[in-house]
Each structure stands twice: as C-alpha cells, then as structure tokens.
Design a protein around this ligand. Structure first.
Ligand code: B4P
Length: 190
C-alpha cells in the first residue's frame, strides 16, 4: 500500500494537490477538514460540536478525529493506499494513525510537506474566503489562529516522521502544476 501524509500549514495546497494525486496514484483521499465540513453541513451532533472550533481556527479534539479515521480505514481494508490530507495534526493523532495502520499490516510510506510562507498563506485563504464563504477564511485574525495552531501543535510532527526517515519537504510556491510535478517526483522515488 502507498500511504502518503500530505502536510503543510493551512492554505499550503494540501486539498488542491490531493485532487491531482488521487487520480494518478489511485489512492483514497482522506481529508479530515472535508469530512468535518460535511458533518457541519448535515447538522450532525459531531458537526454541531465542531462548528465553533473550526470557525475560530481551532483544532477539533483528537479522539473525535481519530474515531472518524478509524471507521474509514476499517471500511477500506482492501484499498491500494491513502492520501491523508490534514491528518495527523497532533502527536496523538500520529501515534494513533501508526497503530491503526499496523492493525492492517501497513504503515505510512512518506510525509510530503509543502513549504509556504505566512504572507502567501494569508493571501490564498482570504481569496478563497471571498468565493467559498468559508467562515475560517474570513479574517486575518482567524487565519492567524490557524497558523498558530499549526506552528504549536502540528509542525512538530515533521520531526516525528524525519526520525523515521519518511520526511520529504518541497516548496509549495509556484503554479499548481509545478507543485504537482515536485510531488510526483517524490512519490515516484519511494
Ligand atoms: P483543512 O480542511 O485541512 O484545510 P486547510 O488547512 O484550510 O487547507 P489546505 O492546505 O487543504 O488548502 P487548499 O489546498 O484548500 O482544515 C480546516 C480546519 O478543519 C482546521 O482549521 C481544523 O479546525 C479542522 N481540522 C481538520 N483536520 C483536523 C485534524 N486532523 N485535527 C483537528 N482539527 C482538524 O488551498 C487553499 C487555497 O489556496 C485554495 O483557494 C487554493 O485554490 C489555493 N491554492 C492552492 N495551491 C495554490 C498555488 N500553488 N498557488 C496559488 N493558490 C493556491
């Protein structure tokens, strides 16, 4: 199985690049952000709990996100692999993911981290906010909260994967196609 963690700060292009990769490598796209937004749209109990946190740029509690992932992995035991987009975001999520994959006799193949500076992230997210109306893309203050959450809780995961020789860092600046080429080249080299 090919299991890729697509990593980077909010607005780095994880969701955008996942779309390119699922087609080429026939992987299942597992975006915790998309799943949570869907729960909010459908006004489920989980969605109602998640909405305020997400709208303010805060992370959802680990147990909630881990249970979501667990049930999807269990339903897809025979897949050729996954793109984990926006997951794991904390050390606890990373440890749980390793355990869940171990139960299926597989593991993470690589983490590919997209590097983008804060100024560009803010520009991209405010621009998306105008078209999508996404509450967490509406103000520089909320975007700053998201970047802070990323720097405090999520970015340290690079070391977790680096220590396992699984970290690949690429620039997330440039056209979408240019970045897809960089990503393809990392994945093809695995
Ligand atoms: P996510 O849905 O994961 O999304 P994201 O951080 O906003 O961004 P992504 O990097 O996918 O950006 P995209 O490609 O869309 O998270 C949202 C929230 O969900 C979190 O804040 C948190 O509350 C919650 N959550 C999700 N997972 C969680 C977890 N595991 N634990 C706890 N909480 C969790 O790109 C952004 C924009 O840039 C788009 O408009 C795109 O068109 C543009 N763009 C992309 N590539 C570009 C390029 N090369 N040049 C110019 N623009 C580009």
């Amino acid at each position: 199985m090919l299991n890729i963690v697509l990593f980077g700060p909010p607005g780095a292009g994880k969701g955008t690049q996942s779309q390119m990769l699922i087609e080429k490598f026939k992987l299942i796209h597992l975006s915790t952000g998309d799943i949570l937004r869907n729960e909010i749209k459908n006004k489920t109990t989980l969605g109602l709990q998640a909405k305020e946190l997400m709208d303010n740029g805060k992370l959802i509690p680990d147990d909630v996100v881990i249970n979501m992932i667990k049930s999807i992995l269990e339903k897809n035991v025979n897949s050729t692999g996954f793109i984990f987009d926006g997951f794991p975001r904390t050390q606890e999520q990373a440890l749980s993911l390793d355990q869940l994959l171990k139960h299926q006799n597989t593991s993470i193949s690589a983490m590919v981290s997209l590097k983008v500076d804060d100024k560009e992230l803010i520009k991209r997210l405010l621009s998306r906010g105008k078209d999508s109306g996404r509450a967490d893309d509406q103000s520089t203050e909320i975007i700053a909260n998201r970047i802070e959450e990323y720097n405090n809780k999520t970015a340290p995961l690079k070391l977790y994967y680096k220590n396992q020789s699984k970290l690949h860092e690429i620039s997330g600046l440039g056209s979408i196609d240019e970045i897809t080429i960089r990503l393809n080249s990392v994945i093809n080299s695995l």
